[in-house]
Every structure is written in C-alpha cells, then in structure tokens.
Ligand binder design. Structure first.
Ligand SMILES: Cc1ncc(COP(=O)(O)O)c(C=O)c1O
Length: 379
C-alpha cells in the first residue's frame, strides 16, 4: 500500500470545478495582483478567525517580517523565538536587523516553554514570537503576562495553526499581530506562494496595508518605506474557495489523529502528540517521538531506521525539523551549542512526522500503525 505524506491532488480533485472557475474569473478580470478575489478572501479569513483585519501577503515569511517591522524592531533589538520552529520565524527578526534569542520548548506541547522565557529577557528584548507549531496553540496567557509586565511586544506565527483554538479563541487574534502561511502544504494552502497578517488593531492594519505596497496609501505617493508583499489575485481566488472547506478538513485531520491514537495509544515505544487541555489542535503535522530507551542518540538511530523501514513499506514520513534553529550553521555566531535546548533537540533527533491529511483512509492509518508496530517487533 502507498501512503503519501500529504495528497494535494486528492484535495484538488474534490474541488476542481469550483477552483478552476474561480481562477478563470481572475484571468478574465485581469486582476492578477490583489483585486476583489484577495479582498473577499481577506474579509472571510478574518471572520473565520474572529479577528478584525486580515491583510493578504505574498508569503508567511513576509508576515513574520511585517509584524516585527511594523512594531518598530531595529538593529540591536532582541526577539525571543522558540528553538523548535521553522527557520522563517527567525527571519522576521533578522530581516529587521534584530537578533533572535532562542528558548526551549515544553516537552508536552512542543511549543515555547513560558517558564523559560524570563531567563532569556534582557534590556534589549523587544518582542516575543509565539509559534503555534504543528497546529497546537502555544500557551498564550503566561506569555501575555510576561509581555505586559516587561513591556515587550507579543506576536504570533500561525503558519501551522489555521482555525486552531486556545481556550476557545482562535489563534491569529491572540496578540498584536499574527502571520499566516498559505504555502501549498499548509492546512489552508494556495497554489503558489501566499500568506497573510492579522490584527485587531486598526492603526496597525493600516500600516500593514501600506508596508505591503511600497509604503503607499495612494499610487505613487509613498509616506513610509515599504516593500512589495502583495498577494496575487489567483491565490486569493483559490484560497477563497478552499476556505469554505477548511473546518471540514480540520475535523478530518482531528479524526486522523484520533485514529492514530486508537491504534498506537498503548504502544510504549513511541510517544504520540498531546493535545493540551487549553488547545484545539489542528494537526498540521503529526509528530511522534521514538523513545525505546532514555538515550536520545540511540533513539535517533532507531528513528532513522524506522523512517527507512516505513519508506520501504510505501509510507512517506517527514522530519520537523532535523536541525534545530540554535544548531543551524547560519546562526553559529550566536554562540549556541548542542545541549542548550534538550527538549527541542529530542524532537529533532527522535521526532518523526507521520502522514497527515484529511483524505487519509482508515485502511491507510491502520497500515501505518501496524507497520510501526511490526518494525519494533523485528528490531
Ligand atoms: C512555523 C512557520 N513559520 C513561517 C513559515 C513561512 O511561511 P511561507 O512558506 O509561506 O513563507 C512556515 C512555513 O513554511 C512555518 O511553518
């Protein structure tokens, strides 16, 4: 049996006519950049996330940059970022000339550990980026308390958390500004590069609109510095169609997670993801940890063997992320070393992302679970 990591073709086939029509409309209107398709999508996306404003962008990375740029981050400033995230979270800081300061993740949520944030704060700290990684919301209340007490900005990276909830509230409206990615493989994916930034702050929303379009509010009149971070019309059209199915697809992902738990919940060679009591997890990724022994290095070897074994059985898996940010070559000058963030390293060395997409069948899920059990019987 073949089990892909995700299946964008199956999803496209299920909405083909609607998507094709929406794209055709953009082609007919020649509204290739921004335009009505983007405007309508922004409105609907903001509504779906209970947030006042959504500004469509060219990528989630651009959203990470815009959030900190608009909040005035500059060279010499420091930004607190989880060590366990995709590198684009850190680009938000570096593109402002600011320095990323990494913090380890919580061993259960896999998100930034709020108890470790204060120790990373210095007089230069200007912002904290909460990433809702793998689709699980970060623990926002303690982060909000720290940000208030220390007068530090708090923003969200929601690239993996469309429709996820923290204490009943959607991610994307839980801080000053929240970036989203619509990279094709995301829970809500475009057919190219796309992203957005959301906020409840009217002034900030206005500023985002200017910054994404060369610092202008009227064509050729540039009040501030800016950039070209506009969303394309075709992406707005595709996203507008797909947004209507997002909650259905999200429930599909949650159902896949439930089934994995039914099959693997009592299997002690691996640790399954925990849905925190405050969270509605949207399972962008389903990351298990291989832990037959207490030795991370040994488990890492087992993880790699398991990955190869599953590959041979036709099951595609992923690593998120094999090299934690503090050990990336590009951040060598920051002076971190192996051992600095043990929980993040544990995920990098022993984590394995199983196939996760709403169209996975019960047979495929069972086959993945059985193959994992079979591997440990043989090894
Ligand atoms: C956590 C996180 N932040 C930021 C990004 C960047 O998004 P994009 O690829 O749309 O630039 C991604 C996705 O790739 C991500 O997973």
């Amino acid at each position: 049996m073949q089990v892909p990591f995700l299946d964008l073709k199956a999803q496209y086939n299920s909405i083909k006519n609607e998507v094709n029509e929406a794209i055709q409309e953009v082609l007919d209107n020649t509204a290739y950049i921004l335009g009505n398709s983007v405007k309508n999508f922004e409105k609907e996306f903001a509504r779906a996330h209970d947030v006042k404003h959504c500004v469509g962008l060219s990528s989630g990375t651009d959203g990470n940059h815009l959030a900190l740029w608009a909040l005035g981050l500059k060279p010499g400033d420091e930004v607190i970022i989880p060590a366990n995230t995709f590198i684009a979270t850190a680009w938000g800081a570096t593109l402002c000339g600011a320095k990323p300061v990494f913090v380890d993740c919580d061993p259960e949520s896999y998100n930034i550990d709020p108890n470790k944030v204060e120790a990373a704060i210095t007089s230069r700290t200007k912002a904290i980026v909460a990433v809702h990684l793998y689709g699980q919301p970060a623990d926002m209340d303690p982060l909000r308390e720290i940000s208030k007490a220390k007068n530090i900005h708090l923003v969200e990276d929601c690239a993996q958390s469309h429709l996820a909830e923290y204490k009943g509230k959607k991610t994307g409206g839980l801080s000053e500004a929240a970036s989203f990615s619509f990279y094709p493989g995301k829970n809500l994916g475009a057919y190219g590069e796309a992203g957005a930034i959301c906020t409840n702050d009217d002034e900030l929303a206005d500023y985002f609109l200017k910054l994404r379009e060369h610092g202008q509010s009227k064509k050729y009149y540039h009040q501030t510095y800016g950039h070209n971070y506009r969303m394309e019309g075709i992406q707005g059209a595709v996203l507008g169609v797909k947004l209507k199915y997002l909650s259905h697809w999200t429930e599909g992902r949650r159902n896949v997670a439930k089934k994995y738990r039914e099959h693997l919940g009592n299997f002690d060679k691996i640790k399954l993801p925990t849905e925190m009591s405050y969270a509605k997890h949207v399972y962008h990724l389903y990351v298990i940890q291989v832990q037959p022994t207490l030795d991370v290095k040994k488990n890492s070897e087992v993880r790699d063997k398991l990955k190869d074994y599953l590959q041979e059985k036709g099951i595609a898996t992923g690593l998120h992320y094999p090299v934690p940010l503090h050990l990336q070559e590009c951040f060598r000058d920051l002076g971190y070393k192996e051992g600095d963030f043990p929980e993040t390293e544990k995920l990098a060395f022993t984590g394995l992302s199983l196939p996760m997409f709403p169209e996975l069948t019960d047979e495929q899920i069972k086959y993945v679970a059985d193959s994992i059990k079979e591997f440990f019987l043989k090894n």
